[in-house]
Design a protein around this ligand. Sequence first.
Ligand code: TMO
Length: 317
Amino acid sequence: MKLRTPKTLRSLVVAGCVSLMSITGAAKAADSTAPIVIPIHNWSSQIVMAYVIGGMFEKMGSNVEYVPADAQAVYESIRNGDVTISHEVWQSTFGKSFYNAMAKGGVIDAGTHSATTLEEMGVPTWVIEKNLCPGLPNWEALKDCHENFTTADSGGKGRWLEGPQSWHGDLMPERLEALGLADKWTVKFAGGADALWTELASAKKEGRGTIVFNWTPNFTDADGFTFIEFPEYTEGCRIADGGDGKCGSPKGWLKKAANYKFPKTHPAAYTAFTKLDFSTTQIGQMAALVDTDKMDHKDAAAKWLADNEDVWMPWIK
Ligand code: TMO
């Protein structure tokens, strides 16, 4: 009987190694060095979280790029690959743009944060304590108290200070019409989120009534802010969705979105992105570092990452 020649043995060993390598190679494809493009919008938690998540990706060895982006148009940019992710998809404001882009093909749902959301008109709680609109937070109280909420530019009507028009378009003016409140109330759009916080501070100082758009999670969660309770949101109730408009905002979700190629180009970063999950408290903290503590967004993110390694390290393993 003939023994195997060394040559045959060697080729068997080589073949074995090659197939082992290809198995481990498939299981651990390296992430592309192409940058993961993260959008920067115009409210504090979103900007801080952009740098928090970017910091996590960099820790994993990925390259990251930040781009200023319109908060509605970004879903089309994710769909066509100019932007890689969105890490704060708020149901009330962006749900429609998110699903529209998804329906065209190219956007994937990368999971839902633990935090639930509300984006709604409301008042600092001291406005209720001062009884400037008896019956709040029930919306029907608004039928009878607009005189306490007039401003120099509101033509004798009470003023709703809405966020920038780029967030919701005419949602709030349409709601005032639909609820029969438009003869007593008018909407003014803030130039940016900072104008909302400035208004809260000056109204408090002057002791005058104010109604502003706000959201949770936010730094105001710790400050005493009460959202007005409008008729319940149902799918399709808004004018823009074909409804009668007589509804408030949903008690909503907060999702993560990604370009459909992200799992292929950056499998490790994508896996971490699907795992990461922020709570109401954590998102409120990210906003407060900027809006309460007056930190720069990047410094706030660096501080948050340094203070919370036990939270995010497990996601990038
Ligand atoms: C999207 N926003 C949190 C500002 O309502």
